[in-house]
Design a protein around this ligand. Structure first.
Ligand code: SF4
Length: 300
C-alpha cells in the first residue's frame, strides 16, 4: 500500500507547497554528528559540508540558490541535510537573504534532529524569521533537556511539527514523543521508511525487509497506527503519512513539471511525470498531458 498520501486533518503549509511543486529543496550540508540506523543520506554526501539545490550542486552561495529558485519559480524552500542546524549561521543568513529578495510570504522550513539542538543555535533560529521547523525525535529520552529549546521556538512564533520515519516496532516510542510535545507542535509527518544504499544493511540487521517498491514492508501500516492514535488522543494535531511513491510522483514530479513548463521549447511536451519529450516531428503543435488528459495548443 504505497500509492497515496494519507492525511488526518490538514497538510502543513510546507507540505502543501511541496505537493504543488512550488517549493525547492536545499540540501544545505551533509554534516550531522548522529548515526541513525535508518539514515537515508547518500554516503557521498553524509558528513561532508556540501550543498545541492533540487539536486544541482551549489558552488556559489547564495547566487546558485537564487538562480535555481528563479528557474523553478519556487514560492518556498525546504532546507534539509545532514542536519541544517550544524550550519545554523548559514541558515539564518539564507533566510534573511531570501525574505529580503522574495518577501515575507516566501515560506521556508527546515528539519533538525532534537539531539543536535543547542541553546545558542536555537536562539539564532528563533530570531531568524524562518517559518516552520520540523523536529526529529524517535523516542522520549531524546527530548531530555530539550523542551525549553522547543518552547523557545514556539514562543518565537515558528510553526513546529514532528517529522519522523514511520518505523515499525517503534510506534509506541513515537507516540510517547507526541505525548510530551503535543502542546508545542501543530503537525506530525510520518514518512514511509525508504530503503537506500546508505541504510539497507542497517535496516536488514534491524530485522526489516525491503519491499519491491523500495520501501520497508510494514512502514505504512506503522504510520497509520501511529497517526490514528495521535488523532484519537490529540485531535488538534494534523497528521500526514507520506508515502515514498507520493513523494516521488506528486512532489518531485510537480516541481519538475513546473520547471519544464517554464523552460520547455515550443517543440517539447511536458509529460505527466514532469519530464520533457521532444516533439519536433509534430510541427508547431504543443501538447500537454495532465492527469491522463491531453491538451493541444496550436502555436500558429
Ligand atoms: S539526524 Fe538525519 S542526517 Fe543525521 S544521522 Fe539521523 S537521519 Fe541521518
Amino acid at each position: 500500500m504505497s500509492s497515496l498520501n494519507i492525511v488526518f486533518g490538514e497538510f502543513a503549509r510546507g507540505c502543501r507547497q511541496c505537493q504543488l511543486g512550488i517549493k525547492s529543496v536545499l540540501f544545505i550540508t551533509g554534516l550531522c554528528p548522529l548515526n541513525c540506523f535508518y539514515c537515508p543520506v547518500n554516503r557521498d554526501r553524509f558528513g561532508r559540508d556540501v550543498m545541492f539545490i533540487n539536486d544541482r550542486p551549489v558552488n556559489k552561495f547564495p547566487e546558485d540558490i537564487i538562480d535555481e529558485l528563479d528557474r523553478a519559480g519556487s514560492n518556498g524552500l525546504a532546507i534539509t541535510g545532514g542536519d541544517p542546524i550544524m550550519v545554523v549561521d548559514r541558515v539564518v543568513e539564507l533566510v534573511r537573504i531570501l525574505k529580503d529578495n522574495y518577501g515575507q510570504d516566501f515560506h521556508i522550513h527546515m528539519y533538525t534532529h532534537v539531539l543536535n539542538a543547542s541553546e545558542g543555535a536555537i536562539k539564532k533560529l528563533a530570531g531568524s524569521g524562518i517559518d516552520e521547523i520540523r523536529i526529529h525525535a524517535t523516542n522520549p529520552t531524546q527530548l531530555n533537556g530539550k523542551l525549553d529549546l522547543i518552547k523557545a521556538l514556539k514562543d518565537a512564533g515558528i510553526e513546529l511539527g514532528l517529522e519522523v520515519p514511520a518505523l515499525p516496532r517503534f510506534e509506541n516510542d513515537i507516540i510517547k514523543v507526541v505525548e510530551i510535545i503535543n502542546k508545542l507542535i501543530d503537525f506530525v509527518n510520518l514518512n514511509e521508511l525508504d530503503v537506500s544504499p546508505a541504510n539497507i544493511e542497517a535496516l536488514i540487521n534491524m530485522g526489516y525487509r525491503p519491499g519491491l517498491d523500495g520501501s520497508v514492508i510494514g512502514s505504512i501500516d506503522a504510520g497509520i497506527k501511529i497517526a490514528s492514535e495521535i488523532r484519537r488522543r490529540w485531535p488538534w494535531i494534523n497528521v500526514n503519512v507520506c508515502t515514498s511513491r507520493y513523494k516521488d510522483l506528486a512532489q518531485m514530479g510537480s516541481r519538475l513539471f513546473r520547471i519544464n513548463m517554464r523552460i520547455s521549447a515550443g517543440d517539447e511536451v511536458v509529460l505527466d511525470d514532469g519530464t520533457l519529450e521532444n516533439q519536433s516531428n509534430r510541427g508547431l503543435t504543443i501538447r500537454l498531458r495532465i492527469g491522463g488528459k491531453e491538451y493541444t495548443v496550436e502555436s500558429g
